[in-house]
Design a protein around this ligand. Structure first.
Ligand code: UT7
Length: 323
């Protein structure tokens, strides 16, 4: 009864910003480079087969001292330095990952602590290889809505911890590493609208087995990806109000060079569009692949189309202005 007598009044809203933008990007690549021969020997494969079927020549593997938090922190602190943002001024740290296996329930707070981001909220975001576009959409909404000013977003994977080195379907494909961006307020919209979705009916195609190893129905995932990615990419371009001809770069999740090439062809990208092919020397680094591939395209200015897809099944895409 008392409630109905109290005058309802609106709560004070957060004060946001017209837009947000990526201020900087950085990558951490583990020290150890592993070529195809060493992996092929364990799975009855060959350097030639691996290059032909997915375009990978080598990938990085984390040493014992290169754990997930260390790699994420290294990429994030480089990104903060590049943006000229003091860790104390960071409002939120988001870590997109699918390979965290440490004793801590979440790695975000550990990364924030290691960065010295003592005022920041921190959390993990689990959307597998779509993790970066998902987390970017979240960071953009936090800044525009006024819940955060500077957000550190890290994609970090230590796939070595979840890959069975004798699994013929995954052992050659995945690599370790971290990529990070710093997002801050902008008077213009420099992170375009996200187009995203999920289809849990396909979750069996990429799953963990009883031992915690990632198992993948490769050909089925390949067919799913090539069937959805071009349309997803076109919808993200439409949502941003630009066409493929306006792009400076195309930076899809580095899942397989054949998927990247097929999508670039389907989108009829002109020769002026830089297509990220970081997979050749970095492998598939899950949620880290898009920011790492972005960092590997220095001196690129203008709009870039990002597309992530993978376990879940989850997918997401948006156009961003390159930092
Ligand atoms: O990041 C998350 C999303 N993930 C992806 O998007 C990955 C999508 N899938 C793929 O990229 C590909 O399916 C792989 C690269 C994983 C595998 O390539 P594929 O062309 O789909 O191989 P497949 O499993 O269809 O096998 C083709 C042939 C078979 O031989 P036959 O039957 O044609 O004689 C396999 O037995 O290649 C054989 N094969 C291999 N040969 C050497 C399968 N795995 C291997 C191997 N080495 N590791």
């Amino acid at each position: 009864m008392l409630g109905s007598l109290v005058m309802a009044h609106p709560l004070q809203p957060s004060v946001g910003h017209p837009g947000s933008r990526i201020l900087s990007v950085a990558s951490y690549r583990p020290r150890t480079e592993v070529g195809n021969e060493a992996i092929a020997a364990l799975i009855d494969s060959s350097d030639e087969w691996i290059r032909r079927r997915c375009g990978i020549e080598s990938r990085r593997r984390a040493a014992p001292d290169e754990d997930l938090v260390m790699m994420a922190t290294a990429a994030a602190s480089k990104a903060l330095a590049g943006a000229g943002v003091d860790p104390y001024d960071v409002s939120a740290v988001l870590v997109a990952t699918m390979s965290h296996r440490g004793p801590a329930a979440t790695v975000g707070p550990l990364v924030a602590d290691a960065l010295g981001a003592t005022q920041a909220a921190a959390m993990d975001l689990g959307a597998a290889c779509a993790g970066f576009p998902y987390a970017l959409a979240t960071a953009d909404a936090l800044v525009r809505g006024g819940s955060a000013r500077y957000v550190v977003l890290v994609g970090a994977e230590r796939m070595t911890d979840i890959i069975d080195e004798r699994d013929r379907g995954t052992a050659f494909l995945f690599g370790d590493g971290a990529g990070a961006v710093v997002i801050g307020p902008s008077p213009t919209c420099d992170i375009g609208p996200v187009v995203w979705g999920a289809d849990g009916s396909g979750s069996e195609l990429l799953r963990y087995d009883e031992a915690g190893f990632l198992r993948m129905a490769g050909p089925e995932v390949f067919r799913w990806a090539t069937s959805i990615v071009p349309d997803l990419a076109r919808r993200a371009l439409d949502a941003a109000g630009i066409s493929a001809a306006d792009l400076a770069a195309f930076i899809p999740h580095q899942a397989n060079l054949r998927i990247i090439s097929a999508t670039a062809k389907a989108l009829e990208l002109g020769p002026h569009v830089r297509v990220a092919t970081d997979i050749t020397t970095n492998g598939n680094t899950g949620a880290a692949s898009i920011p790492q591939a972005m960092a590997a395209l220095p001196d690129t200015t203008g709009p870039a189309l990002l597309v992530g897809f993978g376990a879940g099944l989850s997918y997401g895409a948006q156009v961003v202005m390159m930092p």
